[in-house]
Design a protein around this ligand. Structure first.
Ligand SMILES: [Fe+2]
Length: 236
């Protein structure tokens, strides 16, 4: 009986051992401190529903944009002087970045600058378009606002793979352009007025492969007041 009890106790200990819950995963390493910070969104994640869904915004801002910031901080860690520049200045003059980190500044600095601008240009517009001088400039360049919308859509659909569609200022002239990856028009000496992220991470959860639907929806969430304000400031 004693032997049987001992076996029973041992078995029971084994069961208890096996029943121990697995330890929780180690928390992720804290993001390295650095000069560049993820700017908070000025609106809730669901502010652009149903055109851009809350979950996409949460991941896009909190994971993708945050990763660009984190990787930019890593890149500049051994060049403290760069931390005193704005990310826009870094991207504007890539040649000034140390060669060792130039590609990282182009990709992650570009990603940080592009997304920071993108968030500021989004707001449900209920069909309203631009006004004031920007409206006149768009009419003069594209013939009409509707033609601009078509041209912008065509540009965004024409980006092969990951990239951006832009309305920029080339000097004082409006220009439609696209860029690959996280390249910014700033690096080409132009000033972005309007930006559309056409990386799949910007739309895949809701639209899967239907970029056309995402681009169509984007026209409903362009904050034209913010774009017009940029035009007033940058074209002056
Ligand atoms: Fe993005």
């Amino acid at each position: 009986m004693a032997a049987a009890s001992a076996v029973c106790a041992a078995t029971s200990s084994l069961v208890r051992l096996r029943a121990q819950p697995a330890p929780p995963p180690a928390p992720p390493a804290p993001a390295p401190a650095g000069p560049f910070k993820l700017p908070p969104l000025a609106y809730p994640y669901d502010a652009l529903e149903p055109h851009i869904d809350a979950r996409t915004m949460e991941i896009h801002h909190g994971k993708h944009h945050a990763a660009y910031v984190q990787n930019l901080n890593k890149a500049v860690a051994e060049f403290p002087d760069l931390g005193s520049k704005s990310v826009e200045d870094l991207v504007r003059d890539l040649a000034a970045a140390p060669e060792k980190i130039r590609t990282a500044v182009r990709n992650h600095g570009g990603g940080h600058a592009n997304h920071t601008l993108f968030w500021q240009l989004l707001k449900k517009n209920n069909g309203a378009g631009p006004g004031g001088d920007l409206a006149k400039a768009i009419d003069a360049k594209f013939g009409s606002f509707s033609s601009f919308q078509q041209e912008f859509t065509k540009a965004a659909m024409g980006v092969f793979g990951s990239g951006w569609a832009w309305l920029t200022l080339d000097g004082k002239a409006l220009r439609l352009e696209t860029s690959a990856n996280q390249d910014s028009p700033l690096s080409q000496g132009r000033a972005p007025l309007l930006a559309l992220d056409v990386w799949e991470h910007a739309y895949y959860l809701k639209y899967q492969n239907r970029r056309a639907d995402y681009v169509a929806a984007f026209h409903s969430v362009i904050n034209w007041d913010a774009v017009a304000e940029r035009y007033q400031k940058l074209a002056a």
